[in-house]
Design a protein around this ligand. Structure first.
Ligand SMILES: [Zn+2]
Length: 234
């Protein structure tokens, strides 16, 4: 269920028999030849696919995240980690105030994961009766196993993020496989240095995989979110 298709009466009725909700978190940042909104598109679509199957309301994804290291690539936007933390906690407080008590945060971008460190304190101080699941969907064991069955050389902006809903119609993909970049090196570079080092923006891997492989990864990811929604709460 899409929150955009609900009014407040419907939410009030829903809360009489269920208290689960999904909040997708994304980012708008360089993804080489793929859409700048790749992390936003993937987390929101996964939330909608799983929420639709399980009849659970899905909020619009937060399109902006924390990606200072890509700021030398045109089109990338970033929030400061402190700002981001405040935004996410304000959203959680609002969801809690509405009456949601089990909130699945579906994250699509590694730079946002630090917000997890603040959730325990928020819960203790503001919502001890609320349960949270923070799910980095692409990094789960099940999704990673599915990715590695296809190729272990898979990373940011490579084939593993190239779905029919993140590629751009008028853009041809390179046909070679890019050698994996060194993530440790990236951590010590300025944004300009990162751009120079990673070139087109792909962290390593081919640029495209077969459509069946990608749909299988999506099926596994969706199934996992549904399982978390059904039985991931403590
Ligand atoms: Zn991404």
């Amino acid at each position: 269920m899409n929150i955009a298709d609900m009014n407040w009466f419907k939410v009030e009725s829903y809360l009489k028999f269920d208290d689960r909700v999904i909040l997708p978190l994304g980012s708008t940042e360089q993804h080489a030849y793929l859409s700048l909104c790749t992390d936003f598109i993937l987390s929101e679509k996964l939330a909608k696919d799983a929420g639709g199957r399980c009849d659970i309301p899905v909020y619009p994804g937060l399109p902006f995240g924390v990606a200072p290291y890509f700021s030398a690539f045109p089109g990338t936007v970033t929030l400061r980690p402190e700002t981001y933390k405040e935004v996410v906690l304000d959203l959680l407080s609002s969801l809690h105030k509405s009456g949601f008590r089990r909130i699945l945060i579906l994250n699509g971008h590694g730079g946002n994961s630090h917000v997890q460190e603040h959730l325990g304190k928020w819960q203790t101080e503001n919502a001890p009766n609320c349960q949270l699941i923070f799910h980095d969907w692409w990094a789960s064991q099940k999704v990673m196993e599915a990715v590695h069955r296809i190729s272990p050389n898979a990373s940011h902006a490579s084939w593993m993020e190239n779905f029919p809903w993140t590629r751009l119609k008028d853009v041809e993909m390179p046909t070679y496989e890019k050698k994996a970049v060194d993530r440790h090196t990236i951590q010590h570079l300025s944004p300009e240095g990162v751009r120079e080092y990673i070139g087109d923006g792909n962290y390593g891997g081919a640029y495209e995989a077969g459509p069946e492989a990608m749909l299988e990864i999506w099926r596994i990811a969706t199934q996992e979110v549904c399982e978390l929604l059904e039985s991931g709460w403590t």
